[in-house]
Each structure stands twice: as structure tokens, then as C-alpha cells.
Design a binder for this molecule. Structure first.
Ligand SMILES: Cc1cc2nc3c(=O)[nH]c(=O)nc-3n(C[C@H](O)[C@H](O)[C@H](O)COP(=O)(O)OP(=O)(O)OC[C@H]3O[C@@H](n4cnc5c(N)ncnc54)[C@H](O)[C@@H]3O)c2cc1C
Length: 432
């Protein structure tokens, strides 16, 4: 097989499929190369498809047609100690109105649907076909060799949307070897639970969904938990820093089981049927760990470009992936019009990213990755909060302290003055 395409897209995840859809709609000859048996077959995430304007623009009726589970109405941040939980819940009627702020989805189903939309517009999809190497001519990327369907694909531009370990970005010399400290590992368990039980336990009606982020209960490891409600199942899991997991010498599933044994989780998930375990890496180095995103003939989008950020409250990746895919496609359209595929022309992609929310948000929270490396965040803060609330609520005939005094005492007990000052600076730089 040897074919010539306007654009070759490696990876039919959210970044690749939306890039392909945008290119096909512009009448260009685009091919998606996907190593899985179908798009999404090898993909997993926590569960929240954030509101993504480019998706709404390209497929305005997607909320009616896409395989969505529930729209997220209620967001909760919960701090866990082994025996207690302090939760801050936000729910708003505004989240009831379209465009919804986010939906829970299953990636094997959603990714397949999204790639299908690109195919309907005229993009070609080759499954069970893994890009193996870059083909270069005079220093410019002009195609990829593929395994599965032996041969090569040639084209004017390649978009690498091949996920977190982007082997193509590495081959192109755009990124250095990964540091374990810039990487998280996600472990997820999908549990079946009847719709009525979900609605009752999470106080939801109709297709309302809940999203809970947990701090603590990771056995001292740096990381956090998540829980998303689907229609008749719950996605629950952890993302822990790879270096922290290695240092603890624990198996990911043992950490997950420890988390699921927490009294709050046990109550929420009582009687739920385990359906599926999965695990995946996630780039967590943020803005400072991003690779260069273009070179002659090649652009890198989504996780392959490290476009994920977390600030302890939000974790966003899929919306950044889709937006970057579309911006890479729009740059390719300009380059094809000009007949110039050099890095000088493809630099427009980085400019478009810089002007979008993608890089702006990554920059805003560029210090959050450093903050998230403080072990205290995961053990001391849940303990301080639980200590304060325990003392506020317990009625035992002893005299009470005012809130600030109580908080100061609990914080000093857990972290000492040095720790409070050090974290104050870190958290201030990351979030304020
Ligand atoms: C545990 C966990 C929880 C998460 N939770 C959320 C969340 O709730 N919300 C959110 O917004 N983000 C979340 N993320 C991040 C989100 O999943 C990613 O940012 C997003 O999937 C990136 O999309 P992508 O298209 O860039 O890459 P991917 O989704 O990884 O897709 C890459 C595709 O390329 C294919 N591929 C790879 N190599 C090759 C090759 N050589 N040849 C051919 N095909 C190839 C893969 O099979 C895959 O289909 C989470 C991630 C993890 C791990």
C-alpha cells in the first residue's frame, strides 16, 4: 500500500478525529491511522467530556446524536482522612441549561462515534494500523511507515495525535525522554449500579450527573480520586503520580482497593457490580513540560503535545485535545493553500494555540504542577479540614474555640510554621 494524502493523522482519539473532521469538511484528502481495532478500543479516561466550543461548532446537534451518559450538574470536592470526609458541593440550575458544562461518556463508544462523524464527512479511517516511523525527505516529514497494514503512507503534512507516549513526537526530536515526575497513572473501575440507586445516592434526577474529586485516601501517595456517574454505572478511580507510586512500591490496583475501602466510597458504591478495570498514563507536567509542537511537515496535538492541565480542582484534557486537533487542521488548510509545509508556515499552529484557551489556561496554571508535588496536600490538608470540622461539630461539654484559632492550631499541629509558609507560597503562586 502506498498512497498520497493531503494530511495523515496518526491516532483516532478526540484530537485526531476532530482534526480529520475539520479537514474532510474543507474538502481535503485526510486519512486517520489508528492502532486499535476501532477508535477508542484502547482509550480510557475518568469520564468527563468538558464543554468544548469547537465540538459544538463542528457538530451543533452533537448533544442529541452523540453517545452521552449524563450531563454533569453537580461538582463536589471531597477531602478524605481514613475515617472522615469533608465535602464541598456545587450545584447550579445554570448547569441544567444547554450548552451543558460537561457530559460523562465511555471512551470506547464516544471515540468510535466521533471518528465515524469524520468518516461520514469523507475522511479515511485505517484501523489496526500502527504508525511505526516517520518518513523524511530533505529533513521534512513526508509520511509514516505503518505496521498492521504493511507499507507506507505519504502526504504533505502529518498530524501526530498519538496520545501521551507520542512516539512520533519523539522520533521527530520534538520531545525529550519522559520524566516519571511529569506523568500520572490513572486506574479506573467501572461499576454497574441501577439508575434508581445512582439517582437516590447522588441526589440526581433524570439525566443529571455528578462528578466528585477526592483529595486524600491515596495511602500517602501524591494523587487524587474521581467518581463520575453514568446512566447505569459509576466510573471510579485514582490518578497518582508515577514517581510517587514507584517510590511506594505498591501495585496500582492495591492503591485503588484501599481507596474503595473508605467508608464514604463503600456507602456510595454498596452492591455495585465490577464491570471493567482499566489503566492509562496521563501527562501531568503542565505547561513547563510541553514539547515543541511543530517541525517541517509535522504538527503534534492533544496528549501527544502534553496538553493536559490539572490544578487540584479541574482536570482538563479532552477539550484541549479536540481544540488543538482543530487548530492543527486549520493550520494545515492554510499551509495547503500556500503549498508550503515548512516549520515557518506551521508555526501558525503554535500561534493559534497561544491565542486559544488551551495555552492560556496551561500558562495560568503553570505552577500548579509544582504545587501538586507537595506531599502535604494529600495527607495533611484533609486531616486539618477534618480536624477543624470535627471540633466545630462535636458537642461534648468542653468550651469551644473560634474558627480561625481552631484552624491555626490544627494546621500548626500537622505542618508546623515552616510548612504553612512554604505551602502558602506554593499555593499562592499556583492558584491565586
Ligand atoms: C485516568 C484518566 C482520567 C482522565 N480524566 C479526564 C477527564 O475526566 N476529563 C478530561 O477532559 N480529560 C481526562 N483525561 C485526559 C484525557 O483522557 C486526554 O487528555 C485525552 O484522551 C487526549 O486525547 P488525544 O486524542 O490527544 O489522545 P488519546 O485519547 O490517547 O488518543 C490517541 C489515539 O492514538 C492511537 N495511537 C497511539 N499510538 C499510535 C500509533 N503509533 N499508530 C496509530 N494509532 C496510535 C491510540 O490508540 C488512541 O486511539 C484523563 C486521562 C486519564 C488517563
Amino acid at each position: 500500500m502506498a498512497k498520497y494524502f493531503d494530511v495523515i493523522i496518526v491516532g483516532a482519539g478526540p484530537a485526531g478525529s476532530l482534526a480529520a473532521l475539520r479537514l474532510a469538511r474543507a474538502g481535503l484528502n485526510a486519512v486517520m491511522v489508528e492502532r486499535g481495532s476501532h477508535p477508542g478500543a484502547k482509550n480510557m479516561f475518568g469520564g468527563l467530556l468538558h464543554h468544548t466550543p469547537v465540538l459544538n461548532e463542528l457538530i451543533p446537534d452533537f448533544p442529541e446524536r452523540a453517545p452521552l451518559e449524563r450531563h454533569v450538574y453537580k461538582k463536589t470536592l471531597a477531602f478524605l482522612t481514613p475515617e472522615a470526609a469533608v465535602s464541598l458541593a456545587f450545584e447550579s440550575e445554570d448547569f441544567e441549561n444547554p450548552p451543558h458544562n460537561g457530559y460523562t461518556v465511555f471512551r470506547p463508544v464516544f471515540d468510535k462515534w466521533l471518528a465515524g462523524e469524520a468518516v461520514k464527512e469523507g475522511a479515511l479511517l485505517l484501523t489496526e494500523c500502527a504508525a511505526d516511523d516517520l518518513i523524511k525527505k530533505d529533513g521534512r516529514v513526508v509520511g509514516v511507515t505503518v505496521k498492521g497494514r504493511e507499507g507506507e503512507l505519504r502526504g504533505n503534512i502529518v498530524i501526530a495525535a498519538d496520545g501521551v507516549l507520542s512516539f512520533l513526537a519523539e522520533k521527530a526530536g520534538l520531545r525529550k525522554e519522559f520524566k516519571a515526575s511529569d506523568m500520572g497513572v490513572g486506574i479506573k473501575l467501572l461499576l454497574g449500579l441501577p439508575e434508581a440507586a445512582i439517582n437516590e445516592r447522588f441526589h440526581l434526577v433524570r439525566d443529571e450527573g455528578a462528578d466528585i474529586s477526592f483529595v486524600g485516601a491515596t495511602g500517602g501517595m501524591r494523587g487524587g480520586g474521581f467518581l463520575y456517574t453514568n446512566r447505569e454505572s459509576v466510573s471510579v478511580g485514582l490518578v497518582v503520580h508515577l514517581d510517587s507510586l514507584r517510590a511506594a512500591g505498591k501495585a496500582p490496583y492495591d492503591v485503588l482497593n484501599g481507596f474503595l475501602a473508605h467508608p464514604l466510597l463503600k456507602k456510595l458504591l454498596k452492591g455495585a457490580e465490577p464491570l471493567e478495570y482499566s489503566a492509562h498514563l496521563i501527562p501531568e507536567g503542565g505547561f513547563k513540560a510541553m514539547p515543541r509542537v511543530y517541525t517541517d511537515g509535522l504538527m503534534v496535538a492533544g496528549d501527544a503535545a502534553g496538553l493536559v492541565y490539572t490544578n487540584g480542582i479541574n482536570l482538563e484534557g479532552i477539550n484541549l485535545a479536540m481544540t488543538s486537533g482543530v487548530l492543527a487542521a486549520e493550520t494545515a488548510i492554510k499551509a495547503l493553500e500556500a503549498g508550503d509545509y515548512s516549520a515557518r508556515t506551521l508555526a501558525l499552529y503554535r500561534k493559534k494555540l497561544d491565542e486559544s484557551f488551551v495555552i492560556r489556561d496551561m500558562k495560568t496554571f503553570k505552577n500548579a504542577a509544582g504545587m501538586m508535588h507537595s506531599e502535604r496536600l494529600y495527607e495533611s490538608y484533609p486531616k486539618i479540614l477534618a480536624g477543624v470540622f470535627e471540633k466545630m461539630y462535636r458537642v461534648d461539654g468542653k468550651p469551644r474555640s473560634k474558627l480561625l484559632r481552631l484552624a491555626r492550631r490544627e494546621a500548626l499541629k500537622e505542618m508546623g510554621l515552616k510548612g504553612i509558609v512554604a505551602d502558602g507560597i506554593k499555593i499562592g503562586r499556583a492558584l491565586l
